[in-house]
Design a protein around this ligand. Sequence first.
Ligand SMILES: C[S@@+](CC[C@H](N)C(=O)[O-])C[C@H]1O[C@@H](n2cnc3c(N)ncnc32)[C@H](O)[C@@H]1O
Length: 428
Amino acid sequence: MKPQRQPRQPVEPLGTATRRAALRLLDAVLRRGEPLEAALAAAARAIHGPDRGLAHAIAAETLRRLPDLDALIDQATERPLPEDAKARNALRIALVQALVLGTPQHAAIATVLPLVDGGPRKLVHGVFSAVMRSGLLLPEHPALPPEVEARWEAQWGEGMVEAARRAIAAPPPLDLSLADASATEQWRETLGGESLAPGQLRLGDHAPVPEMPGYADGAWWVQDVAATIPARLIGAGAGRVIDLCAAPGGKTLQLAAAGWQVTALDSSASRVKRLRENLFRTRLKAEVVVEDVMAWAPAEPADAVLIDAPCSATGIFRRHPDVLHRVHPRIVADMAAFQARLLARAADWVKPGGTLVYATCSLERAEGEAQMASFLSARPEFSVIPPTAGELPAGIDATEEGWVRTLPGMLADQGGCDGFFIVRLLRA
Ligand SMILES: C[S@@+](CC[C@H](N)C(=O)[O-])C[C@H]1O[C@@H](n2cnc3c(N)ncnc32)[C@H](O)[C@@H]1O
């Protein structure tokens, strides 16, 4: 008997595997509510190096532009495509490449069509071509998902939403924290950019981070300027600080560099691995503990406790646009409830006369202002110590209450900053 011939698999255009990974990433964020970074390993298993970076960039840019991409798709279809249909996701990534990432049109569509093989291939091709023929472009300042715009407008006003749209349109600058704050001017001369605070540099265009002078020697680490404020409010000292929820360790490094004896605790083994690598590279020292805050307790109270609490992370939407699509009020409420338990427990670990700093990278009042108001009314032995002149980076001021709230729109001329809530308390 003659051997049967296997039907030949069509050869996919080069780059299709990368788009398949981007499609899986979108699905992980939008349908399963997973963080983009957490989904990367599984979604991009088959690709490596720059291709993995490209898959991430396509998915992230799609998430930044999602409502506007959908508006283009909807105006080119007679009947709206279902929200979670593969066809819509395939169109989103084809369009974002052609309209934002500079991929030639034929490559953008040819690498996406195999992803809908056996499905609505014709429809995807037709809609893509119709949008391209229409000459319509994406707006300069992307719209945020309507529920996010409504939530932020209710909390912060229309101006903040406008500023958030502008902030997400441009890639954030690269902020560095220096191990030796007294060498700020020398490093500014070496690396360029500007300094917004002692020990801080902000760079525009730059070489890949590991290739920049000072990286291998551990002279600096990457950290948004707003993220430096919690450790700045603890300042320099020779006593003991407990840094809770510490990984990957930006604040641990600041505290160790400022002379403190630091105990850095985090429950995530993989994130603690990065913290240890950061300590190794910078040759800074800290005691590292892999534990759940709710299960651990120190042998004795400390001079200072820093809690950089897990939160909705909505303040870092520029770098992590997935938060705009997967954080909803239920998540914010759950995080706020956990932060309250964490804060109540850790407050007991501060010596009388010691300092407690609480921070979240959230743009939700429930995780910041409201959290602090209820803590202060429950714990009258704690009072707010407002930042003093020179403690905050230039352009960031304390609020009337004496705490720090950074919002989109702040430092706008210098490239903006992440959204944070930070407060320093004294235990009587
Ligand atoms: C906002 S991040 C911390 C960032 C870090 N402070 C820095 O400056 O690099 C929050 C951290 O809380 C940790 N975390 C979440 N729940 C925790 C728990 N129950 N106990 C200890 N750490 C926890 C997470 O693993 C995560 O690393």
